[in-house]
Design a protein around this ligand. Structure first.
Ligand SMILES: NC(=O)c1ccc[n+]([C@@H]2O[C@H](COP(=O)([O-])OP(=O)(O)OC[C@H]3O[C@@H](n4cnc5c(N)ncnc54)[C@H](OP(=O)(O)O)[C@@H]3O)[C@@H](O)[C@H]2O)c1
Length: 219
């Protein structure tokens, strides 16, 4: 299986990358981002591209893939809607539209988040924009699956790129195993998200939108 990964430098993406590299059924991972993951592995290829809104210059490298795991994203805290939308909707759809055209049998998995507003009309800006993004992806001509995790515990030394999350995770570290055991409907791990993505890419998803409990059920 050949996989494209967006967001491979982030907390979720690092976890997904690790699981891809460990999986014997994954032959190649192409990590695409504005910065490199900094990792070296025989299965890993890196495509560093400063303008992710326009992938036309690298289009020739984007065919022949079975899955795309899209964990590029940003916290909406302190952002204007137009700026949040540029990262969340515009970058995602620019990549997805090209990939759907080049790889119509691909499975495309997008990490949105719990509370995403599929009605597109709610008052919460981030939820509305993520809902618009999900709905647009679900209309594209490939197999699109939405992952809506709530809390994600980083394992295997993985850290968030977002400072506020790094601090929060450091403060709550002693509680993680308790939270995981007590709230499996709301808490998952970077490892489980990666494994669930691979499972969906290989065997399909039970439904197009997967909440935390659905992600945790995929083994
Ligand atoms: N962490 C959680 O608990 C959690 C829970 C639910 C949903 N999610 C969602 O999962 C996604 C990933 O979260 P995360 O925790 O992995 O975030 P993160 O650690 O902050 O990583 C963000 C990733 O997105 C990339 N990125 C951000 N802004 C970009 C831009 N303008 N242009 C290009 N790349 C950009 C970063 O690349 P650079 O290295 O180049 O900055 C990095 O790879 C987000 O959409 C988030 O809402 C996260």
């Amino acid at each position: 299986m050949k996989v494209i990964l967006f967001g491979g430098t982030g907390m979720v993406g690092q976890g997904v990358l690790l699981e891809c590299l460990l999986d014997p059924e994954v032959d190649e991972v192409l990590s695409i981002g504005r910065s490199a993951t900094g990792q070296a592995h025989p299965k890993l290829r890196e495509l560093v591209h400063p303008d992710l809104l326009d992938l036309s210059a690298v289009e020739s490298r984007l065919s022949g893939f079975d899955a795309c795991f899209f964990s590029l994203g940003v916290s909406s805290a302190g952002m204007k809607e137009e700026d949040y939308r540029r990262v969340t909707f515009d970058i995602t759809l620019a990549a997805a539209q090209m990939l759907a055209r080049l790889n119509p049998t691909m499975t495309f998995i997008y990490v949105s988040g719990a509370g995403t507003d599929g009605s597109e009309r709610g008052r919460t800006m981030w939820a509305r924009v993520k809902g618009q993004t999900e709905n647009a992806l679900l209309r594209l001509p490939f197999k699109a699956v939405m992952f809506r995790p709530a809390g994600i515990v980083p394992l295997h030394g993985i850290t968030s790129k977002t400072r506020v999350y790094r601090v929060a995770y450091a403060l709550t570290r002693p509680l993680w195993s308790v939270l995981l055991g007590a709230f499996p409907r709301y808490v998952t791990t970077t490892e489980q998200v990666g494994r669930a993505m691979l499972r969906v890419a290989k065997q399909g998803a039970p439904k197009p939108i997967l909440e935390t409990r659905d992600i945790n059920a995929l083994r």
